[in-house]
Design a protein around this ligand. Structure first.
Ligand SMILES: NC(=O)c1ccc[n+]([C@@H]2O[C@H](COP(=O)([O-])OP(=O)(O)OC[C@H]3O[C@@H](n4cnc5c(N)ncnc54)[C@H](O)[C@@H]3O)[C@@H](O)[C@H]2O)c1
Length: 334
């Protein structure tokens, strides 16, 4: 049985990956989370519906506690989600991001290597690519230049660098960094979902507006060089993204460390997403045009062919209506 440590497992994506591991079985799972943006209730729901695991409330900045836990736990693998991830906040309070996302990650990597962890899966982000000048029709590949435009993106790219250097110096330690594009939707089983407070994620905001939790929502810019003038993004269902983590764990059994984009390779505009949410909810809610936000590229689409070519990962929920519907169903439960 593989012993796995999951950081940030009380959060949105970490809880869905924990669910997938519990469903697959054969893992001895420990989740740590400081519950800053995650929820104890999510842990309870996971245990109630998907199976048992250990939960420890712990802050990754308590380095001594982390080190003790890892020395005692003798984990085979670490899946590291814990981070702060609000881009405007990262501009106002960059040190929070460098300390939580980079320094705590570097320490977790050190404690992992010292305690004999062999595999490390890291939540990276499309934010490492910044604002690409041009994007091929088939999407951004992992070879594209990494040029973050905010402290959040830098904090994540720096962690990738720490991983690369640490793995080169410690041959028994391997990692996969998954660069997620726009993650959306909720557990197709309907038991967990995104509970983030004051979320800025488009599909969650649209679901909240469709249910009247918000009076209206905003479209930030309708004068981009895209067919309908609004930004285009690659939305991936959280259960498909989660499956990529299980593939990454398997991949490291036979392969060396690597970096993969995770998306569908297809984009939808903000207006298309809103129209889809209106359709699945049956509510013609208000979406008001507002000025552009700084640092929003017109289009971000993943080329995920590397992940598809090198692992058996195949998306199952590449369907915007299904993504919106699962998000809406979860929002109703909240
Ligand atoms: N949501 C997205 O669209 C998206 C896109 C790209 C990358 N990511 C990355 O995915 C990961 C998970 O994001 P999410 O959307 O699930 O966010 P989330 O806020 O729901 O989850 C993060 C979890 O980490 C915990 N945490 C934060 N700092 C901690 C610390 N110091 N010690 C212990 N626990 C801590 C939080 O309480 C929370 O439960 C992050 O690393 C993020 O950068 C997310």
């Amino acid at each position: 049985m593989q012993k796995i440590l999951i950081t940030g497992g009380a959060g949105y994506i970490g809880s869905h990956v924990t669910k997938e591991l519990l469903k697959r079985g054969g893992y001895d799972i420990t989740v740590v989370d400081n519950l800053s943006t995650g929820f104890a209730e999510t842990i309870e729901r996971l245990k109630e519906h998907y199976g048992d695991f250990k939960f420890i409330k712990l802050d990754l900045s308590d380095w001594k506690d982390v080190q003790d836990l890892m020395q005692r736990g003798k984990f085979d693998a670490v899946i590291h989600f814990a981070a702060a991830l609000v881009v405007p906040e990262s501009v106002e309070n960059p040190l929070k991001y460098y300390l939580n996302n980079t320094a705590n990650t570097a320490h977790l990597i050190k404690a992992s290597i010292e305690s004999g962890v062999k595999k490390f899966i890291f939540s990276s982000t499309a934010a490492v690519y910044g604002e690409p000048e041009s994007i091929p029709k088939t999407g951004i590949t992992e070879e594209a230049e990494t040029k973050p435009i905010n402290p959040y993106g830098h904090s994540k790219l720096m962690s990738e660098q720490v991983l690369r250097d640490a793995a080169a110096a410690h041959p028994g330690f391997k990692y996969v960094a998954l660069r997620y594009f726009n993650v959306a939707g909720a557990d197709v089983g309907g038991k967990i979902g995104q509970s983030t407070k004051n979320a800025t994620h488009l599909i969650k905001v649209a679901a909240e507006t469709a249910l009247g939790k918000r009076e209206k929502m905003y479209i930030f810019g309708d004068d981009y060089s895209t067919p309908d003038g609004t930004c285009i993004r690659d939305y991936i269902h959280v259960d498909d993204l989660s499956a990529a983590h299980l593939e990454a764990l398997d991949y490291l059994e036979e392969h060396e460390s690597d970096v993969f984009n995770v998306g569908y390779g297809r984009g939808y505009s903000v207006k298309e997403v809103i129209d889809t949410m209106r359709k699945v909810s049956g509510n013609d809610f208000i979406a008001e045009i507002a000025p552009r936000r700084a640092g929003d590229p017109a289009m971000l689409i993943a080329d995920s062919s590397k992940l598809k070519n090198q692992t058996p990962w195949r998306p199952k929920y590449d369907d915007l209506e299904l993504i919106c519907k699962t998000a809406l169903d979860w929002e109703r439960k909240l």
